[in-house]
Design a protein around this ligand. Structure first.
Ligand SMILES: [Zn+2]
Length: 306
């Protein structure tokens, strides 16, 4: 057998709600499984890494050898120590040496990074960002996640952390934010803002049960709905223009559940990004190609970065 076809890598997207595991071979995804993260909270901390390792091993087909595991985790991550420090949404995998425990169980290279970094790596290697030299990804979820790759390598702050660009203040926004500042971008441009405002404009209609076609129809019927999406695009653009100005990416990918509505807020977004010719920034923006799978697929690449 050709040795290159018999080795596989594993990736885990560790989120507050779900834990997605992917096994990837030379030709792409071989097997995948998503487990509710709460299942791990219900077992002793000392058993959690072992339980996670068992799920990984069960997905490796007979005759194939696992050579590495990468993890993309929600929230703050100490990538050197291999410890997650997310007391808010991922407490069951936080504050203990998860990476070391997994290494002991699996006897392969194990590395960890933030989930935004994992997702942008997924798009860069397998999705909408292939061939990008400087790739920006903005994830519109409960907050706003931002990750930047320079020739496939993650941009980091001087202390090795992941930049929390959802917390850049934007002008004219007095809202207090849990980070301690006022006026953070994510208080006005996350999916949460869009959801809250649509639900108060359209009482009784649950945001997560609808789709693009539904809101496209509503926007055609009611000017306030069209105006709300336009305003959302504008808020999104007011933070994004700062990132485009500073970093000048050749491509920006929008992901997260609010990105599905890009056709409805595109005009508002473009309006906020348009400048005179001499100051124009590259506004090439595309939606994510991999969607929810980007994090676990990208996580398979993390061990090759260091
Ligand atoms: Zn903030």
């Amino acid at each position: 057998m050709n040795p290159s076809t018999s080795t596989v890598t594993a990736g885990i997207d560790l989120g507050g709600t779900g834990t997605r595991i992917i096994i990837r071979g030379e030709e792409g995804t071989i097997s995948t499984r998503t487990v509710p993260t709460v299942l791990f909270s219900n077992i002793e901390q000392s058993q959690r890494a072992g339980a996670l390792a068992s799920h990984v091993l069960e997905l490796v087909p007979p005759g194939m050898t696992l050579v590495s595991l990468g993890i993309g985790a929600s929230g703050p991550v100490d990538t050197d120590a291999g410890v997650i420090t997310n007391k808010d949404t991922l407490e069951c995998f936080s504050f203990f040496p998860l990476v070391e425990a997994l290494r002991n169980h699996l006897q392969v290279k194990v590395s960890i990074d933030n989930d935004a970094v994992a997702a942008v790596l997924g798009e860069y290697h397998f999705g909408a960002g292939i061939n990008s030299k400087r790739l920006l990804m903005v994830t519109l979820g409960t907050g706003i996640g931002v990750a930047l790759l320079e020739n496939g390598r993650p941009f980091r702050t001087s202390n090795g952390a992941h930049p929390e660009a959802g917390h850049i203040p934007i002008s004219g926004n007095p809202a207090p934010c849990y980070c301690g500042l006022h006026g953070c971008w994510e208080t006005l441009a996350s999916r949460s803002w869009l959801q809250q405002n649509l639900e108060s404009l359209l009482p009784g209609i649950a945001f997560e049960k609808q789709d693009l076609n539904f809101y496209r129809e509503m926007a055609a019927q009611r000017d306030e709905v069209a105006a709300l999406f336009h305003r959302y695009g504008n808020y999104l653009g007011r933070g994004l223009v700062t990132l485009l100005t500073l970093y000048g990416p050749d491509l920006t990918i929008l992901s997260g559940s609010a990105a599905h509505y890009y056709p409805l807020f595109k005009t508002g977004l473009e309006q906020a990004l348009t400048r005179s010719e001499a100051y124009a920034v590259n506004t090439l923006i595309v939606p994510s190609e991999l969607g929810d799978v980007a994090g676990a697929l990208g996580a398979t690449v993390i061990p090759s970065l260091n």
